[in-house]
Design a protein around this ligand. Sequence first.
Ligand SMILES: [Fe+2]
Ligand SMILES: [Fe+2]
Length: 431
Amino acid sequence: MPSALRIYIGSTAGATAGLCAWFVLGEFNIPWQAFLFFSLLVFLAESFCIDLPKAGAVSITFTIILAAMVLYGPALAALSSVFAAFVWRDMKRGTEPIRWIFNGSQYALSATAAGWTYIATGGVVLTEAGRGFNLMDFPFLLVPISLSVAAFFLTNTLLVSIAIGLAEKMRPLDVWLINVRWAIPNFFTLAPLGLAIAEIFMAAGYIGVVLFFAPVIGARQTFQVCKRRRGTDLGTIQSLIAALEAKDPYTRGHSERVAKLSEIIGKELKLGEEALETLRYAGVLHDIGKVGTARYILRKPGKLNEDELQRIRLHPEAGALILREVSFLSRVVPVIFHHHERYDGTGYIDGIAGDEIPYLARILTVADAYDAMTSPRPYRARLPKDAACQELVDCSGSHFDPKIVEAFLKAIDYSPQALDVPEGQLQFNEV
Ligand SMILES: [Fe+2]
Ligand SMILES: [Fe+2]
């Protein structure tokens, strides 16, 4: 860990310790029962965060801190926030204490900034005001609450961006723009949950808040179970890919490259994130059905005979059968099933043509063909990129969807006029 980062974390921890000492020893009259309750909630919220599918995690710790702030003011909110340092799985894994210290400190400093902004802009500490928080009060509290959420967000993301910047040797502003900016809507949509907790607390006390959280924890558990299942399914598929790569050395890297190329075409065609994800999975898995093809066929150095061709041509169907069992890959199945159809209807499995072929399958076909042509095969050397592009152009309308070839060539910045490849010289016999 760079020494600048150590000094930075040390300073935030020092500032937090100073603030906490002031809150505890000063004239703040901390209600200790409420402090213990909200500290426990912070600990639970931070420990039971939800992992995001790709990276990172979302927790509702901020909503608890917001509720504590509105109910009891900045001092109690900041003191409870320190408990965000203790995360159950970090404790189990034995993560370095410096990470715990930083997490607790940055939450406490952000809570303090939010609390002071709330009070300074006319926010009311509800338990002191001695009245229930109801919707009639809401418009009047809207400004201080919004400003305190903004203060929390800015302090929190600034402290984290500086830490990442020091660790990764990046400018904190760049870290903020790349990694943090997307969290803005998240903070503002979580804020009403914090207010709901405050209102429940005013109306029904501790028991009300506990009852409120029971279904939230239930939903979170269900989500985690689904995610774990998805992880297991992906693990199984990765072992299948590994088995295929061991059997057919020519597939090694091919699947990954087809996924990448399909995604490039998809982006050029302005597809949405869901379609791009389907393309990535389809690319990686498109030849998975070849696990069922005999090794001698996959590795045969010469041309395949009719019987061998028939057998290898079963792989799109076999792939679709394997993946049909995996629920979250249902959108990938038709793409794989049809990835050897041709635009003029002379392909396989179904021999369908034009727009009957699923759009994503037509994209995958172009990516697959380009990568197959530009990689060496047992029966021929690799084709130069320009020659492969020319082949795509020549087979536009027969083998490939012309719009997709056009998008691909545009995406890789290729201009067909620049080429002078004699027609009929190239052979493209991929199966
Ligand atoms: Fe294939
Ligand atoms: Fe392929």
